[in-house]
Design a protein around this ligand. Sequence first.
Ligand SMILES: *Cc1c(COP(=O)(O)O)cnc(C)c1O
Length: 495
Amino acid sequence: MTGPARGPEPLIFELSSPGRTAFSLPELDVPERKLQEMLPASALREAAPGLPEVSEVDLVRHFVRLSRLNYGVDLGIYPLGSCTMKYSPKINEDLARLPGFTELHPYQPEDTVQGALELMYLTQRFLCEIGGVDAVSLQPAAGAHGELTGLMLIKAYHTSRGDTRRNKIIIPDSSHGTNPASAVVCGMQTVQVRSDRRGGVDLDALREVLDDQVSALMLTNPNTLGLFDENIHRIAEMVHQAGGMLYYDGANANAILGIARPGDAGFDVVHFNLHKTFSTPHGGGGPGSGPVGVKKALEPFLPVPIVGFDGARYYLDYDRPRSIGRVRSFYGNFGVVLKAYAYIRSMGPEGLLQVSKDAVLNANYLMRRLQPYFDLPYDRHCKHEFVLSGRRQKAESGVKTLDISKRLLDYGVHPPTNYFPLIVEECLMVEPTESESRETLDAFADALIQIAREAKDQPDLVKSAPHVTPVGRLDEVLAARQPNLRWRPPAPGGS
Ligand SMILES: *Cc1c(COP(=O)(O)O)cnc(C)c1O
């Protein structure tokens, strides 16, 4: 599929024609001199801004054209591993936008916001039930923020017992990058443990690093390989025996809803990403929410306020003398919590269980369809995601995983996560989520299988992809370091 490249599209700046406008405003009815008096000098322009002069229809076409260059979950499959890019039902967006919620003020008296507090209280309870923990704070604004909060809680717990030497956080080599980053921000040292041949924590390696300086082990289970660590009870026992705590990175809880609870497996702290698992679309940097749940022993340290209920009314509980304090202004990202509440209520326990069953089924279906064409480093049933390796393609024809992903763009598909987790060479990490139909999964698999064939027969076609996107390969490092996002008019008098 090497369709003709789309022709060059006119830039709005090139369409500019002096005097053409996209607006018609009423005559200015304030004397210009008066305006100049009213506005501070710093707000007054000396020269026209040099914006393109275009008609309304050109302006609309410009923005619609731009919007169509964007790819999102609402356009097609987005199998970005570890990101849970699933469909977030639109009704939850509508509910979060109800004026009764959006027009609340965070400093309103509690008696006037009983509904909002009830909703937060119940979300705390639901997350306790889902995670198998005793108390939840909704304050953290994202997954990484939840991790930091959780590690601060663990630190406060150890310190409260006079156990002040525990400054080590154990992290497996398959972990998400935010885990070591959060540990360092919390002032901890990170200690890496290797994974065993089945992709789980290597118990011998773990034994070697467990001592009386261990604060906690951070674990994702199923991990970023999409594999469930069957030794989790043994691991929990070992860490607890050494006096450490277990932190569960539950950013991608999509495989365990209604099936397994981190708290039951021995974890003491868990965070959830409401913006992955619980119906807030993400990926554009918009608001997220990373609630943290804890077992009883850690509850006194949770951030203030927690939403409480005394049997008659809901209230914000600030009376928590051992709290680590606030980790965010007000009460967290209420709109995101609201969507999670609506999602959990509308799905119900059976619906959430079905989510996880379907997410796991979809991942296993894709994995087995793709297995003949790519290396499968861990040939086990996967959970919500799985990891392939492009090392065969690289060895045979020099086609790298990055090339395969770029070629997927020509098929109109968003690629999987590349080169993560770090322990798999030429890694492709695929998370289809529960949202996709059998037909969509097949179309995605067909595209990858076709690319595997191309890698053999026409490797240059793959290495030079993408061919049909408006731009080719970008310097991604430069784009991230020095983003050039703004059109600037030519200097006045310039060409
Ligand atoms: C996404 C993710 C995180 C981080 O979540 P943010 O909200 O992006 O900070 C942490 N751990 C895992 C396993 C993740 O997939």
